[in-house]
Design a protein around this ligand. Structure first.
Ligand SMILES: Nc1ncnc2c1ncn2[C@@H]1O[C@H](COP(=O)(O)OP(=O)(O)O)[C@@H](O)[C@H]1O
Ligand SMILES: CC(=O)N[C@@H](CCC(=O)OP(=O)(O)O)C(=O)O
Length: 255
């Protein structure tokens, strides 16, 4: 069996993942070991609204009070994780759903408690646990909740978790599956780009909002990985041995 691929499924597209997306995944799973990290930001937002719990974002991260943390855990580790595992199983893929709390998978600490509350960053990934699941033929499906050594849980941005897991596993590739077919510039998909280009696109306002944590996680992961891709979950992302979307490299390849 081949190399490990980490796939992050964004909350923006979870309810719209097309049959062709799962068919691409089936093809990919024959050749690669797959780890999935999922988001669920829009669902957390909807539940917070229903429960009249205020929510605000600071630099793309959800400020997380005790009440917000409780809802994030319910939605991510409870609802979204189990729904996604259920769908993967319908497509014949052996998925096991865990949160970062299970088996100390994601050891976390607060980024900046004063500004963000219980928002975590990843300190350590239990790779041995993931490798056990992968060796037994399972696709680990990870909800982005981590815990510290005292058992305090944290809400972690799912793009950040995907980047940290890909780096820790020395993954061959990291794929961000989202609701757009890649990084768009003037409405056109940028097929290949580099870390320098990305910094320019953030500075000039081409890349904004939820695309920012994604490209930042991509840039951090590129310290160790060769390539990060951003692809759409609404259309097939893999066919004839080729991935369709934006490919991000550390620097331009010279042929
Ligand atoms: N240059 C860009 N190209 C594509 N999408 C962009 C760009 N800049 C900002 N975005 C926004 O980023 C969104 C994807 O991020 P987000 O909503 O957080 O998705 P996810 O839940 O998949 O992480 C897109 O739907 C789009 O609105
Ligand atoms: C700290 C932080 O912002 N956590 C995110 C976790 C979910 C997430 O990242 O979901 P998407 O991938 O769908 O955006 C949140 O509370 O929305």
């Amino acid at each position: 069996m081949g190399e490990t691929i980490v796939i992050k499924c964004g909350g923006s597209v979870l309810s719209e993942l097309s049959p062709s997306f799962f068919e691409s995944l089936q093809l990919y799973a024959r050749e690669k070991k797959i780890v999935i990290v999922h988001g669920g930001g829009p669902e957390i937002g909807q539940m917070l609204k229903k429960l009249c719990v205020p929510t605000e974002f600071v630099n793309g991260l959800r400020k997380t009070t005790k009440d917000v943390l409780e809802v994030a855990e319910m939605i991510l580790a409870g609802k979204v994780n189990k729904q996604l595992v259920g769908i993967l199983q319908q497509y014949g893929l052996s998925a096991v759903g865990v949160s970062g709390v299970d088996a100390h998978l994601l050891e976390a600490t607060a980024i900046d408690f004063h500004t963000l509350g219980y928002v975590g960053e990843v300190k350590n990934v239990n790779c041995a646990f993931l490798e056990t699941l992968l060796r037994d033929g399972y696709i680990p499906v990870i909800a982005p909740i981590g815990a510290d050594e005292l058992g305090q849980t944290y809400n972690i941005n799912a793009d950040t978790v995907a980047g940290a897991v890909a780096k820790a596993l020395n993954a061959q590739q990291l794929l961000f599956v989202t609701d757009v077919p890649g990084i768009l510039q003037d409405g056109v998909v940028v097929e290949q780009t580099t870390v320098d280009d990305i910094e320019r696109m953030i500075a000039t306002g081409v890349i904004t909002g939820g695309m920012i944590p994604k490209v930042k996680a991509a840039v951090a992961a590129l310290e160790k990985l060769g390539e990060v891709m951003i692809v759409s979950g609404k259309t097939p992302f893999y066919a004839n041995g080729k991935l369709y979307g934006t490919s991000i490299w550390k620097e331009v390849e010279v042929y």
